[in-house]
Design a protein around this ligand. Sequence first.
Ligand code: NI
Length: 259
Amino acid sequence: MLVDTHTHIYLKQFDEDRKEMIQRAKDNGVEKFYLPNIDSETIDDMLRLETEYPDTCIAMMGLHPCSVKPETYKNELGIVKEWLEKRKFCAVGEIGIDLHWDTSTLEIQKEAFRVQINWAKELELPIVIHSRKSTQEVIDVLREEKDDRLRGIFHCFGGSVEEAKAIIDLGFYLGIGGVLTFKKAGLDKTMEEVALENVVLETDSPYLAPTPFRGKRNESGYVKLVAEKLATIKGMSLEEVGKITSANAVEIFHKNQAI
Ligand code: NI
């Protein structure tokens, strides 16, 4: 069994073949698909997919840092809050800080991150963190907000052993995806030092397809390629990697509740 803990398969990139793509993933052993929200424009499509695949596609709610804009972020946060009050989600996500696309919004990105972290704490939900060129900024916020309710996934981890340790020490799991298969990324070396007990698998579809599909559209079935690479690095079987990482996903998203 495999779990894709981070996949945007509700996006238009899958409109032509969504059903077949989900079937291909299931044929590869993927049993659950966790859907991180982006902003108010993606909610309807995400929730529609969840309704079509109950207990298989599971929605999160949150405002992505790249959608934190001065004119709109307060309104966007209001929409997230309304949804969190209206029904149950498996996590608050994806939230965080992105300094690749826009550094001018750092302060409001931090504010939106903190606000959503606190909603997650109140609701006792995990958070799913997006961090790009901002590992230290994210770790600083997490250290300040740390309490025994704060937990979740550091999505698309690609950092050093030291960064991995800092994130694990904060009580977070590392989300490992296609970057693991990129030759020059060096993530394979980092993962030699990280125990699988701290890892979940993800694709971030349609982005960041693993080798040999790098540069093409990613899809959830390719999480198997990430699992295989991890199995090679760890000298374990694919089944073992699937078992451990899937149990971690259940622990994060379904703590205190039967699935
Ligand atoms: Ni994402």
